[in-house]
Design a protein around this ligand. Structure first.
Ligand code: 48F
Length: 257
């Protein structure tokens, strides 16, 4: 059987652009493919919502691959064990309220299940801005991460979505863009990004869930971005709060869509 390089090239281009075109308008666009974004995408897709995720890096999974300090194990508390069970991630009880899982199995399973549930993921793409209308964010402005990294002067493209989830982790990138460039105030005590505080695992885990909400019309925050937005502490390599935050934002949006 002969193989034609041009057919291979055409197949990739045709399929990619079909996929991209069918995601120009969605119910939810998630920025960031860490644990909170992936869990949110999974539940939204499972509920039949049109949901797309954009990730800057080549590899999706955010800060979970490396466990804690590259020891590739993660810890989850009792309240989030149902997420392990939902996805079929194997886990071990370490001691009361502490459960561990292999971080490689955890990320790869979240990814696989989310994509199979219907989440479309585009890697190597960064959200560099949002699109706005009076008093609301209505979409994302995207560019190739390679363009961003090389500092090339190339104009971006835009996608429209009923809701955006900022799941960009510590950097809280979408909300910072909104703060800087969209008229109006954030739904935070100061009206601005409060900024992340130093580590306090127990408090951070509870606050991550509390801080997962709509911070500007059309824009939700999830995961570490939620704590950074509302001035919560970081939690370190315990991931229950990330999973529960993704689950919470998905539930809220499913109710609103
Ligand atoms: O940081 P990340 O894993 O976010 P998360 O879901 O989880 C946080 C934990 O990993 C850990 C923690 C919990 O113990 O504190 O840090 O809140 O994943 C965020 C992803 O967003 C991507 C980034 O490359 C990473 O993979 N990202 C950030 N900014 C952009 C972006 C952007 N502007 N466009 C596209 N992707």
């Amino acid at each position: 059987m002969q193989l034609n390089e041009i057919t291979i090239t055409r197949a990739i281009i045709d399929r990619y652009f079909e996929k991209f075109k069918s995601n120009l308008e969605t119910d939810v666009a998630i920025v960031g493919g860490g644990p909170s974004g992936l869990v949110a995408g999974y539940y939204l897709a499972l509920a039949g919502k049109k949901v797309v995720l954009f990730e800057r890096k080549l590899s999706v999974g955010g800060g979970m691959w490396g466990g804690g300090m590259m020891f590739n194990e993660i810890v989850v508390q009792h309240s989030a064990v149902h997420i392990f069970e939902e996805f079929g991630i194997r886990f071990v009880n370490y001691e009361k309220n502490y459960y561990t899982a292999d971080s490689i199995e955890a990320v790869s399973t979240l990814l696989s299940k989310a994509v199979k549930a219907g989440l479309t993921i585009f890697n190597c793409i960064s959200a560099e801005d949002v699109t706005m209308r009076a008093e609301r964010v209505v979409g994302l402005v995207l560019n190739w991460s390679a363009v961003e990294m090389a500092g090339l002067h190339v104009d971006p493209l835009a996608v429209r979505s009923k809701f955006i989830i900022d799941a960009t982790g510590h950097s809280t990138e979408v909300i910072r863009l909104v703060q800087e460039k969209v008229p109006g105030k954030l739904n935070t005590p100061s009206g601005k990004v409060e900024g992340e505080r130093s580590m306090w695992s127990e408090r951070a885990e509870a606050l991550t869930l509390e801080n997962t909400r709509e911070v500007f019309p059309g824009v939700y925050v999830a995961g570490m971005a939620a704590n950074a937005t509302y001035g919560g502490p970081r939690m370190g390599p315990i991931f229950g709060g990330m999973f529960l935050s993704g689950e919470k934002v998905a539930k809220e949006l499913i109710d609103r869509l």
